[in-house]
Write a new protein. Structure first.
Length: 266
């Protein structure tokens, strides 16, 4: 879907600069002054050739039969939620027929069904079901971002793709932490998101406990903002939750109660 062509919630326009390499992404992300600018710039990013090819191939010729008549977004998934949020939820990456179809984080797939239902139960989401961009969903106090913003084949981004997309995550974290409301807490959904957040805040010069904290459901660590240390004030809480993947939720590894409890700790 070309930027500026009327897709609900499209943060970009036809004039939004396009990153065509990881170094472009680094430069453009560093220049973004607001999370809205990060959304716009990242939503047209073409820095990872393998992912660009995959997301666009799925959007054009690889649509799931049930969605064959629908237009697909086919672009990176920008963050979604409250631009003034003090709390972030970090996922892994868009699903090929979920965010890559709908253009909104965790929207239109089973993982999203779980996450938005929990966000509604815990008071963050205005609706229990997230069907499509433009459905009226509003998040309050929380924003959802991805470790990798393009749908990867087999849900497996490469280290280079994680590193390239880390530039957008870095800027999202830095801008939120520097905002008037500040960043209070981050919920990492799964081990890849956990590692992505730790890598991002290390790059930003935040204080990360040593040895590196291992991911676990319910694990919580304090990340110290630069110069202030993980003492409570000036620190950001990082919490871990199992990912809301169909595998985890269908096997009972992650229950609705566990997810609600994790969100309520944010
Ligand atoms: S994964 Fe991230 S860095 Fe790579 S093309 Fe998509 S938005 Fe750009």
């Amino acid at each position: 879907m070309p930027p500026g062509s009327g897709w609900p919630g499209d943060p970009a326009t036809a004039d939004t600069p396009v990153a065509r390499s990881a170094s472009d992404a680094a430069r453009l992300a560093a220049a973004a002054a607001t999370v809205g600018e990060v959304d716009a710039l990242s939503s047209v990013c073409r820095a990872c050739p393998r992912l660009v090819e995959w997301r666009e191939a799925v959007a054009v010729s690889g649509r799931r039969a049930a969605f064959a008549e629908q237009p697909y977004w086919g672009r990176p998934g920008p963050s979604f939620g409250d631009p003034s949020a003090q709390k972030l939820i970090v996922g892994l990456a868009p699903a090929a027929n979920g965010t890559n179809r709908t253009g909104r984080m965790f929207t239109g797939d089973r993982s999203g069904d779980w996450l938005y239902a929990a966000l509604h139960r815990t008071g963050y989401a205005s609706q229990p079901v997230s069907l499509a961009a433009g459905d009226g969903m509003v998040l309050t106090g929380v924003r959802i971002v991805a470790s990798v913003r393009c749908a990867p084949p087999a849900n497996r981004p490469t280290p280079a793709e994680l590193a390239a997309c880390g530039h957008w995550l870095d800027r999202d974290l830095a801008l939120t932490a520097a905002s008037p409301q500040g960043l209070v807490s981050v919920l990492a959904l799964g081990g890849i998101a956990w590692n992505s957040v730790l890598a991002a805040v290390r790059r930003l010069g935040w204080d990360v406990p040593k040895p590196k904290p291992a991911f676990g459901h319910g694990t919580e660590v304090l990340l110290g903002l630069p110069g202030e240390g993980p003492t409570g004030r000036g620190a950001v809480r990082l919490l871990g939750s199992y990912h809301v993947s169909p595998h985890n939720t269908s096997t009972g590894r992650l229950t609705a109660e566990m997810l609600d409890a994790a969100l309520l700790r944010l």
